[in-house]
Design a binder for this molecule. Structure first.
Ligand SMILES: Cc1cc2nc3c(=O)[nH]c(=O)nc-3n(C[C@H](O)[C@H](O)[C@H](O)COP(=O)(O)O)c2cc1C
Length: 159
């Protein structure tokens, strides 16, 4: 089982912290969206797509990359993000776009994770930002549990 974890984390490295934690538990290869190649995605069985939420969406560059992929078969994906505002009250709005594109490309999305991240974008900077220290220890533990669940599910499928 080849695993690839791709991330975009341009604001405070919040999503990178989640990506690191997931990668540590799950294994495989961890790579930035600026470095990943289509071939690496096409060779993987399970691909994680993670990003900060910028203007209610995943990073443009990551969306562009995913949009440029050919249609795939028998590939699983998971989505993860960090955001300034909780995604729950917005029905996970920040994942909507990437979820749609991944579905169109033929990926089977098996799970999703999101948590708050330190945000000092725009006017928030004046007040020192919101969600200082997030993702924190508890968030990282939740991310680890999320990855462990993914791992256990993959092992069950392989049995
Ligand atoms: C340009 C920009 C736009 C943002 N737009 C949103 C948004 O629409 N909704 C939200 O909840 N957070 C928004 N944020 C906050 C980020 O999602 C949050 O800080 C996230 O944890 C950043 O992840 P990163 O450090 O991995 O880049 C925005 C931040 C930036 C810099």
């Amino acid at each position: 089982m080849k695993i690839l974890v791709i991330y975009a984390s341009i604001h405070h490295g919040n999503t990178k912290k989640i990506a690191d934690t997931i990668h540590k538990e799950l294994g495989g290869k961890l790579i930035s969206f600026t470095e990943v190649s289509k071939e690496e995605v096409l060779e993987a069985d399970l691909v994680g797509f993670g990003s900060g939420i910028y203007m209610a969406k995943f990073h443009k560059g990551l969306i562009k990359f995913v949009s440029s992929l050919p249609k795939v078969r028998n590939k699983k994906a998971f989505i993860f993000s960090t955001a300034g505002m909780t995604q729950n009250i917005f029905l996970n709005r920040g994942h909507k776009n990437i979820r749609k594109i991944l579905n169109e490309k033929g990926f089977q999305i098996i799970d999703e994770f999101d948590c708050l991240g330190y945000d000092s974008f725009g006017p928030l900077k004046v007040f020192g930002g919101v969600n200082k220290g997030r993702p924190d220890k508890t968030d990282l533990e939740e991310a680890r549990k999320f990855a462990k669940k993914l791992k256990n599910n993959q092992e069950k499928v392989a049995d």
